[in-house]
Write a protein that binds this ligand. Sequence first.
Ligand code: NDP
Length: 681
Amino acid sequence: MKLMSFAEGRWIEPQGRLTEIFSAVDGAPVGVCSSAGVDFAGMARYAREVGGPALRSMTFTERAEILKQLGLYLMERKEELYALSYRTGATRKDGWVDIEGGIGTLFAYASRGKRELPNERHLIDGEVEPLSKGGTFVGLHVLTPLKGVAVHINAFNFPCWGLLEKFAPTFLAGVPVITKPATATAYLAEKLVRMMIESGLLPEGSLQIIVGSTGDLLDHLTLQDVVSFTGSLETSIKLQANPNILRNAVKFIAERDSLNASILGPDAGPDTPEFDLYVKEVQREMTTKAGQKCTAIRRAIVPRKYADAVAEALKARLARVVVGNPEAEGVTMGALASHDQRQDVLTKIKLLSTEAEVVFGDPDNFEVVGADKEKGAFLPPVLLRCDDPWKASHVHDVEPFGPVATIVPYDTLEEAVRLANRGEGSLVASVFTYDPAVADELLFGTAAFHGRLVFIDRDCAKESTGHGSPLPHMIHGGPGRAGGGEEMGGLRGVKHYMQRTALQGSPARLGQLSRQWIRGGVEISTGAHPFTRPFDVLQLGETLHTAPRTVTLEDIEHFANFTGDTFYAHMDEAAAAANPFFPGRVAHGYLLLSFAAGLFVESAPGPVLANYGLDSLRFIKPVSPGDTIKVRLTVKSKKARREYGEVRWDVQITNQNDEPVANYDLLTMNAFSDGFPNPQG
Ligand code: NDP
């Protein structure tokens, strides 16, 4: 198989000195690759000049829809990926995480994009900031897509997931991608990119792939570009130190080595559900993907009093692991990705065994099912135990990227915290405890050193996604040794590929730019009640000022008795006056909201279909009997949903002195001129 790069809109055959890639299972050649002849500067230019403009001409909603369609398309063809995935040494279960887990991130970002992002090309970040006393000068933050290219450099262990979890948020942000898979498993990533291009769904220039070296690509990056890297500490340091990256302050997101810890609480003895869950999880993390997971548990930090019990229970579970050809019946752990990788892990086991004892697994003597032990890159699970973790350094420093973990005993919880943090920055740590005090101490002790903390106990175990699963909703990345980067985390992952800019100006100008009405902006009166105007004709800023209404003591008592809300502040003059916030009896906040609705609604049937909620409600000033309130109702923003139009109204209730007494956003579902549901939906 000749693995090709897809550059500047065409597939380029490998040429010059070719690198051979071999199957992890039987050592047979799988393909050859080389990126000689690829014009890397041309690729970057093409992404910026063709892919970027095409993506930026679309809204978030449009890009989200493409991600969804792409996910559906890839699901249809997933078996083609599984067929190749076995050659990487992955079992069907491992492949599921890589292939369907990867496609799952497309769906996750598609759905977030549709639900949480506007049908616009920019994103408002946060609330309007008042910057002047008179309200004529305000500020807000806006995010726009970078006008460059995202270079994604991936590790060998998850050729599909690694590519897609970076691609989905970048595409949603509106930035084209050049992806560079690790050579050892590039045949699977190349197949995936072929399928993505063949789908015909992606705008031209939005995705390119380099199979082989990235040549001088990094020398051509600018301030508008981003590098997102997953791999080893050494490579990350080398790439980050590229003078061009430094000079242009090119954003560099790194996700690299991590000595992840899993801590068993001192309360979680062998007779507790947490103990069993812990042993199961450590074994699972050691053997899933043959331990080649950036999030895998490398250090099992356990109370010294339970160290023997943990070791015995783990040994019993590990003895049931069947190593072999991932396609063979009964095999539960496949091969490592390559012979090089196997050799690297063996070297690291040797290093670790200078300060820890091997308690399970012998790399020179183990069974392999359905494959030749010498030809494939097989290893058995290897469990070590380091009884003096304070004298040890490799245990906290060296990442054996394979089915290897070390039991690290602790005497006090404070020690457990310091041991976990000796990893000097990790992607994830998990905690197995049912004791709130233990959980609390471990949170405050370790969170600053970890990108993710998972608390597993009897209450969540059944539904828990486990220690090692990065999820699109949660951030993936960690400080220090783990690279200091962050990926995914819902919309946070999209924002890495956008520039945040502070905007300042008048409410009218910033309202126009941010597609919303801002308090202090121009109020529009059409003469018609805004509730009589269908979604598509309603303009931002359309405003209704209501007639006034005086609130009487009878109103307050009537409301109190009718609803049962006879709270003393409304009913007992002396008790209310004793409350430092009230002058005496005051109207219920809910009474004011009801009166406001009574003042602003249009009673006859019309385009407003339903009130479906209030946001940002604040009662600012109490209303006493005899006060007179009135309401301003203004169209603040509009969002066309699939079935209806969502109108967000800025509502302000004021008193007879024009002082605001309540502010809130009201949300309504509105029909279109052509009726309901949304004719375009
Ligand atoms: P590497 O750091 O060697 O490679 C990672 C990626 O960087 C690959 O795509 C690689 O391409 C690329 N790369 C290497 N050198 C350059 C360069 N000069 N310019 C541009 N790209 C480059 O990591 P591996 O994937 O080989 O894994 C090695 C070790 O990294 C593992 O044994 C493990 O310890 C660690 N690792 C850590 C992970 C984590 O997230 N914690 C994940 C995966 C690995 P190519 O393959 O073509 O060299």
